[in-house]
Design a protein around this ligand. Structure first.
Ligand SMILES: Nc1ncnc2c1ncn2[C@@H]1O[C@H](COP(=O)(O)OP(=O)(O)OP(=O)(O)O)[C@@H](O)[C@H]1O
Length: 253
């Protein structure tokens, strides 16, 4: 495990969709200012795990969890925790770029600021976030244009800029590059590398090379169980569990 202090600590997490039990007593930590990759075959619970971390899981009717999730030591299900504020601190980027289609590029980034009643100079903040998302140079002359005029990769970086605008501490990324071509994917990976200086990142990916390239820690899930978690290099070169080895070497997927 990394020596960094845990930003998120998960203990005995069980997740359900009605009677379907999809995560079985998951206990792990997500170190601060680092990248944790979440890998495993389709349906093993990766997205569900991610969505538990900012309490999005419970938005699905009939979905619930047991166990505890702590953010900086505070129980995210504590009575004094407002899920909307939690989701501001723990932002999310989805598989398919989902810019707000009727808003301009600028307004997409500024939308969270307005929604959260956040002050400051919105022009300055929007520029900062677009720069952080490595998109500024490509859009600075067309901020009033529709986001639908951007390529898929640019739209995804716009969604990352939008997520950054509300100053999250954690960024959850659910296969953020799976709909993108290799060049756009490389840009997102470079960006993840830059962002981990300031944000704690957890990324779901099906792409083993991507997990190996971008992450410091890797967690391997299989059929709702967390089989193994550890430094990425160890998971890929010297895993403790046979199932991890079989998965990372492509024996099943
Ligand atoms: N809304 C839902 N209602 C009922 N069951 C669901 C729902 N969403 C997911 N599941 C089930 O929960 C289990 C875990 O799904 P999850 O999406 O977390 O897996 P995953 O590892 O992210 O899969 P993939 O790699 O295919 O995206 C699966 O068996 C899935 O069918």
């Amino acid at each position: 495990m990394s020596a960094a202090p845990p930003k998120i600590a998960v203990e005995g997490l069980q997740a359900y969709f009605r009677s379907s039990h999809v995560l079985h007593s998951v206990t792990t930590t997500i170190p601060a200012l680092s990248v944790t990759a979440i890998i495993g075959p389709s349906g093993c619970g990766k997205s569900t795990f991610l969505r538990c971390l900012n309490r999005m899981h419970e938005l699905t009717p009939g979905a619930r969890i047991e166990g505890t999730i702590r953010l900086d030591g505070q129980d995210v299900h504590g009575r004094d925790v407002d899920p909307v504020s939690l989701r501001r601190r723990v932002g999310m980027v989805f598989q398919r770029p989902n810019p707000f289609p009727t808003m301009s590029i600028f307004d997409n980034v500024a939308s969270g600021l307005r929604l959260n009643g956040m002050g400051g100079d919105h022009e300055v903040i929007v520029e900062r976030c677009l720069r952080q998302a490595a998109l500024w140079d490509e859009v600075k002359d067309r901020l009033k244009a529709s986001p639908l005029s951007l390529s898929g990769g640019q739209q995804q970086r716009l969604c990352i800029a939008r997520a950054l605008a509300v100053e999250p501490e954690v960024l959850l990324m659910d296969e953020p590059a799976s709909a993108l071509d290799p060049i756009a994917t490389a840009k997102i990976e470079d960006l993840i590398h830059e962002l981990k200086a300031s944000y704690t990142i957890a990324i779901v990916t099906h792409n083993m090379q991507q997990a190996a390239r971008v992450s410091d820690q890797t967690a391997f899930f299989y059929m709702g169980d967390l089989i193994e978690v550890g430094p990425t290099e160890q998971i890929f070169t010297n895993p403790r569990e046979q199932r991890t080895e079989d998965y990372v070497t492509g024996k099943f997927g």
